[in-house]
Design a protein around this ligand. Structure first.
Ligand code: 2HA
Ligand code: ZN
Length: 273
């Protein structure tokens, strides 16, 4: 099968277009990684032609020998659907999880996303917790970023404030959302901090930069990112009207919701204000 005919490739490309249309990928902002299933690799094998090994810049032994579909460094999300082969690539990891080689794509040269260490470290953490996790997505959602200038950079505060903005939020991200203070992006260090948050959450915010989401498939991961950003948009509107809410969802109401929807909401987010 041709790479471009594979369903996982079509789903990946659709997600880059959807993210662009949402406004989360100005210029070359954002990146996306999918951990490809064995049978999906097998199906497109005829088109995979391995290049030279290169350093990842991180060590991810639990992902050794696996294949990933990734966006390219410096590539624009809005261009992916027009010319996938030039803007995304399939990479393979070596048997130590320390090097990668490009097997398809990046037709005009280039390398995988600058955030490859973060993406792979996050996928490694998630795979160990639940092998069904396959997608890591990074974008620059306007309202989430705006809130990082206003709210204390604490997991408890961001989670609780976003949960209050829409009843569906605690159901969609019951484990909460992690926040990382400003750091230099593009390397191993920020990847380490992000993957610590990913041990506990499926969402991690980079202050004054953007957000990461992890999930089992493209729909769940995009939906998760979208839900958090929508809640942030409501919060920005509320805070633009007034610093004080007249009414909101209360801790006991979250507990009732948790029972009705059979989700566990950690008590650390249900503090009295
Ligand atoms: O330019 O978003 O974090 C891609 C990025 C880096
Ligand atoms: Zn970014």
């Amino acid at each position: 099968m041709k790479v471009l005919d594979a369903e996982f490739v079509k789903g990946f490309i659709r997600m880059t277009s959807d993210g662009w249309e949402q406004g989360w990928h100005e210029r070359n902002g954002g990146n996306l990684t999918y951990r490809i299933k064995d049978e999906e690799v097998e199906a497109v094998k005829e088109e995979l032609h391995p290049g030279e090994w290169q350093e990842i810049g991180a060590s991810v032994p639990a992902l050794a020998n696996e294949f990933f579909l990734v966006t390219g460094s410096g590539k624009y999300f809005r261009n992916v659907c027009l010319d996938p082969e030039a803007n995304i690539s399939i990479i393979e990891l070596d048997d130590k999880g320390e090097n990668y080689r490009i097997c398809w794509g990046m037709r005009d040269g280039g390398r995988p996303t600058s955030e490859l260490p973060s993406h792979l470290m996050n996928l490694e953490v998630k795979k160990k917790i639940d092998p069904k996790y396959r997608v890591v997505y990074h974008g620059h959602p306007t309202n989430i970023i705006a809130l990082t200038f206003v709210l204390p950079l604490k997991d408890e505060v961001f989670t609780r404030e976003l949960w209050e903005m829409a009843t569906e939020c605690p159901v969609v991200f019951p484990s909460g959302i992690g926040v990382i203070p400003w750091m230099v992006c593009g390397g191993r260090e920020i990847g380490v901090e992000t993957s610590k948050k990913m041990e506990e959450y499926d969402l991690a915010i980079w202050a004054h930069h953007g957000m990461f989401a992890a999930g089992e498939d493209f729909d769940l991961t995009f939906g998760l990112f979208h839900t958090a950003e929508k809640a942030a948009e409501i919060l920005v509107k509320v805070l633009s009207i007034t610093p004080n809410k007249t009414q909101t969802i209360q801790p006991d109401e979250f507990r009732r919701l948790a029972k009705a929807f059979e989700v566990e909401l950690p008590e650390k987010f249900l503090y009295e204000k």
